[in-house]
Design a binder for this molecule. Structure first.
Ligand code: S3P
Length: 435
């Protein structure tokens, strides 16, 4: 990643209007993967046109799957069946996407052919043993670098056995990788999690006709099943909406409507946390979209106060901590985050990146191994932020700039396009000063 691109964020206008947030990243990845493995043709609506999800679609084209794009945010996937993928002639580039790489590791472990999964600089530093460990227990052969990072060399032609896997980490990616390998394994595969994580893999496999038992924190399926094509409607991504929930909460005079946002309970921990801090967010026009609860979120500025974030909430808001840290900056008093060590192995070390950035703007942040205490209620000043190529760090500081008394320069912002390509345009249309 180069530093060529940057933003300058300054205090803008109160946020107003009604915004449509792009499709959910987790759901978009899975929709292409499962549609590719299905018998028949699946239509996907609301697909996230982000770099991460487009990388996944490109990979399935390399694996011999025909994917049409009739219009932006639509895909028509001509499934090849569970055993119909073809050997790729080049490495499969997952870009910045941990979800893409980890789920593909599970899915590709059961194929007849060899392949190599590569990623960008950030992904190339992320831990993969959390998936290659259980997959090798199932009989898969996947090589990593000596420190457990990508590239992943997947040796095909192995015969996989089902396992009962008690995951040491609350991770939907790990759970999903094991379940996808389980589709190719003999016997049953089950996963038990230390804390329930997002269940899109389970729900969507079920929508594709797979017989899978699941309840919060547990899932079980039998190998050798086929997937039946189905149509998928992708809800708006709560994690992208999160930046506007925080921004409208902390920018005086704001009132913003975020239309029909996905509200899967395993994703909405930030709503709980913000309300604990005094936020004014209401849910209107509740509906169901593609089997997921959605509603308009109407958020009005409110004075926030610091809070201790319950540890049990951490997996339900794992992607929202950069945004939460900015809410904590605006809140009176201390916000305390514990039990969040996973933040150190995301697209960047998010505890370090947020703590360093907020300190650069004049705030006191006491970082711990697995959390931080944030001393909020000060006016942020000017400063330069390194986003470390992490989309969510860049977007979080774009919000911080809106409550700063000065000018916030945010470096290395190109990866915002991985999850939210038009974030800056949408933010400006709502009132942000972001150049
Ligand atoms: C995701 C799971 C989470 C999350 C990521 C998307 C998924 O990762 O942070 O953005 O789609 O399964 P972990 O499984 O590593 O917690």
């Amino acid at each position: 990643m180069s530093n060529a691109q940057h933003w300058i964020a300054r205090k803008g206008q109160p946020l107003q209007g009604s915004l449509t947030i792009p499709g959910d990243k987790s759901v978009s990845h899975r929709s292409v993967m499962f549609a590719a493995l299905a018998d028949g043709t699946s239509h996907i609506d609301g697909f996230l046109e982000g770099e991460d999800t487009r990388a996944t679609a490109r990979i399935f084209s390399q694996l011999g799957v025909r994917i049409e794009t009739p219009s932006a945010s639509q895909r028509v996937v001509h499934g090849v069946g569970i055993d119909g993928l073809q050997a790729p002639s080049a490495p499969l580039d997952c870009g910045n996407a941990g979800t893409g790489m980890r789920l593909l590791a599970g899915l590709l472990a059961g194929q007849a052919f060899d392949c190599t999964l590569v990623g960008d600089e950030s992904l190339s530093g992320r831990p993969m043993r959390r998936v290659t460990g259980p997959l090798s227990q199932m009989g898969a052969k996947i090589d990593t670098e000596s420190d457990g990072t990508p590239p992943l060399h997947v040796h095909g032609g192995q015969s996989l056995q089902g396992i009962d896997f008690a995951s040491p980490v609350a991770s939907a990616q790990v759970k999903s990788a094991v379940l996808l390998a389980g589709l190719y394994a003999q016997g049953e595969t089950s996963v038990v999690e230390p804390h329930p994580t997002r269940d899109y893999t389970e729900r969507m496999l079920s929508a594709f006709g797979v017989d899978i038992e699941f309840s919060p924190g547990k899932a079980r399926l039998r190998g050798g099943q086929r997937l039946r094509a189905t149509d998928i409607v992708v809800p708006a991504d709560f994690s992208s909406a999160a930046f506007f929930l925080v921004a409208a909460s902390i920018i005086p005079g704001s009132e913003l409507r975020l239309k029909q946002v996905g509200l899967n309970p395993r994703r909405t921990g930030l709503l709980y946390a913000l309300r604990l801090m005094g936020a004014d967010i209401t849910e209107e026009n509740p509906a169901e979209q593609g089997g997921e609860p959605v509603a308009d979120l109407v958020v009005r500025h409110a004075p926030l106060k610091g809070a201790r974030i319950p540890e049990a909430l951490v997996p339900d808001m794992i992607d929202e901590f950069p945004a939460l840290f900015v809410a904590a900056a605006a809140a009176e008093g201390q916000t305390v985050v514990t039990g969040a060590a996973e933040l150190r192995v995301k697209e960047s070390d998010r505890l370090a990146a947020m703590a360093t950035g907020l300190r650069a703007l004049g705030m006191q942040v006491d970082e711990t191994e697995e959390g931080a205490t944030l001393h909020g209620g000060v006016t942020l000043g000017s400063g330069t932020i390194e986003s470390h190529g992490d989309h969510r760090i860049a977007m979080a500081f774009a919000i911080a700039g809106q409550i700063s008394g000065g000018e916030v320069r945010i470096n290395d912002i190109a990866n915002v396009a991985t999850s939210f390509p038009d974030f800056d345009g949408l933010a400006r249309s709502a009132g942000f000063d972001l150049a």
